[in-house]
Design a protein around this ligand. Structure first.
Ligand code: FES
Length: 568
């Protein structure tokens, strides 16, 4: 039996003579100064997403050196390769639109290049799900290494962290409580180091999910980007990848129905980002694992919120790291977790928890399950005539006094309409109304941006209104808060009932019953549906390039917004 090729001998270019192909590849590799001994080692690829357009990955050059040190010390040959990077705030129309592109880039480059294992270096919001999706599809041994969160800044004695405080101060500025000069000073102090947003936003949530899934080394999710432990985590990740290159353990062995359920539990206990449900659905979907939103609700009823971080609590990611990190949550959730799941190192979750004894936990940051922040999970799915396939509400970040309510719809038909009229002094709106944004879903021209956190209309904000029920098919930043119903599915651009809502309609929200209903009779709905179909038929879709691929193949939010042809 011939041995499977390793390292540079894998996946040779086919010239019809494999010995020639290897000879040619080695001679070009030698031009980079590698010795014969180095070229004989198993290769650890490092998917590198550093970019001048990604502030969160600014510390990657030093972290990369640490990973390479670990790979080399463990007998592998580290070779980094670039993939596209997704710097959250630098992308138009929205970073989500490019998550699938990055996942394809990652998958294909893992598959096409000669490597035996891969380290995935990501961090900023969409990069970690993109890399995990790509790695799951390629199914080569892979370890996720995240950038780690930013440290907080200071403003007049107050700690600041992107990006919950960005929104908090902007709301104050809109209400006239903060001057232009002050908002300029705040801008200088919101994001003061390398690393991902300092709160439990999407990046931090996905880092914790990667660890809970078992795809990154235990204890590494929350280490700040600039902490020396982050470099040690890089070195250890490199060493593990070199081991995996010799003794493969594939993503499909780690990401299973059971580990996905563990990750969902952790997401709920974190009070984590609403985006994470889309991303986890997409990652699991690559391996044929489905996450029905009804299952999310079942888990949510039996998973307490334990983590007291912004946007729902007062603390930041650096406090979470010092206060116990993901391990502290896992130990509290032990009775409801699937303990036989293995992680990248081959250790079971049960063994990990067993080994973590006498560790310090800051109980103001990670609460015990016996005294949680809330006894039910942070996220729930709502269903009803407005959202037949579901919508998401982050109940841990919402105003509970708005949970059982009927309101009058104030409708914005697009983001442009929202921008044009939100601050109009003549806008007919009261604090008891429900703000509705249409046409901001996956196939809309805006590509499902984080626009679901609709601003409070200017005149109400100035009058002191802090929260209202807001409903859309958009997403919301993981760092935002409010009574915000998101991901309404099917979206308006695909003819979902959200498209049929008009000013003055009545909508009923019941968090207790997990429902959201448009209170219209069937005859009126049918009339409006026919009208909407006519309008949609007249719309033009993108005709070329990635925008066309995205528009034609992206799935709805309940299927993770993956491309239909990429799912497992
Ligand atoms: Fe990169 Fe927030 S901008 S994580």
């Amino acid at each position: 039996m011939t041995e499977k090729p390793i390292g540079l001998a894998r996946g040779l270019t086919n010239y019809g003579d494999s010995a020639f192909s290897l000879y040619l590849r080695r001679s070009f590799a030698r031009s980079m100064g590698y010795s014969s001994a180095a070229l004989a080692r198993p290769v650890v690829g490092i998917a590198y997403s550093g970019s001048g357009f990604n502030n969160c990955h600014r510390a990657f050059p030093e972290l990369l050196a640490a990973v390479k040190r670990g790979v080399t010390a463990a007998g592998g040959l580290p070779i980094e390769f670039p993939t596209i990077s997704l710097g959250e705030v630098f992308l138009n129309p929205t970073s989500l639109m490019f998550r699938n592109l990055m996942s394809m880039d990652t998958e294909e480059m893992i598959r096409a290049q000669p490597m035996d294992a891969v380290v995935l270096m990501g961090g900023c919001d969409k990069t970690v799900p993109a890399q995990l999706m790509g790695a799951a599809s390629a199914d080569l041994p892979a370890v996720q290494l995240v950038a780690g969160p930013m440290m907080t800044g200071r403003y007049r004695g107050e700690r600041l962290g992107a990006c919950t405080d960005c929104r908090r101060f902007w709301a104050k500025y809109r209400a006239g409580d903060v001057s232009s000069e002050e908002i300029g000073e705040i801008e200088n102090n919101l994001a003061v180091t390398a690393g991902t947003c300092a709160v439990m936003g999407t990046a931090s949530t996905m880092a914790c999910i990667a660890e809970a899934l078992g795809m990154s080394l235990p204890g590494t999710a929350a280490i700040p980007a600039v902490h020396a432990d982050r470099l040690r985590a890089g070195e250890a990740t490199g060493a593990l990848a070199a081991e995996l290159a010799r003794k493969p353990r594939r993503p499909s062995e780690i990401i299973t129905e059971k580990s996905v359920e563990n990750a969902l539990r952790v997401l709920l206990a974190l009070g984590g980002s609403t985006n994470a449900i889309i991303h986890l659905t997409a990652i699991a979907g690559r391996l044929g694992i489905r996450i029905p939103l009804t299952r999310l609700n079942e888990l949510s009823e039996t998973t307490p919120v334990l983590v007291n971080l912004k946007p729902t609590g007062p603390h930041y990611m650096e406090d979470f790291y010092a206060g116990g990190g993901v391990g502290a949550i896992l130990r509290e959730l032990k009775p409801v977790l699937n303990l036989d799941c293995i992680d990248v190192s081959g250790e079971t979750l049960g063994d990990r928890i067993e080994a973590e004894t006498n560790l310090f936990v800051d109980r103001d940051v990670v609460r015990p399950a016996s005294a949680p922040l809330e006894d039910k999970g942070g996220l729930i799915a709502l269903f009803g005539s407005l959202a037949p396939r579901g919508a998401i509400l982050k109940r841990s970040a919402a105003d509970h006094s708005l949970f059982e309510k009927e309101g009058r719809a104030v409708v914005f038909t697009s983001l442009e309409d929202l921008a044009a009229r939100m601050d109009d002094p003549d806008l007919d709106v009261t604090p008891d109304d429900f703000l509705v944004l249409q046409n901001a879903g996956p196939t809309s021209p805006s590509g499902m941006p984080e626009a679901g956190y609709l601003p409070i209309p200017g005149k109400l904000a100035r009058a002191g209104v802090k929260d209202m029920v807001r409903i859309s098919d958009a997403r919301m930043s993981g760092t935002a808060f409010g009574t915000i119903v998101l991901h309404v599915t099917p979206e308006a651009a695909q003819g979902g009932p959200l498209a049929l809502v008009q000013n003055g309609d009545r909508i009923r929200l019941s968090v207790a019953q997990k429902c959201i209903d448009l209170l219209l009779d069937e005859a009126e709905l049918a009339r409006r549906r026919a009208e909407d179909e006519r309008k949609r038929a007249a719309r033009t879709a993108p005709k070329r390039g990635y925008a066309k691929l995205y528009h034609d193949t992206v799935l709805q939010a309940d299927q993770g917004c993956d491309f239909d042809f990429l799912r497992g």
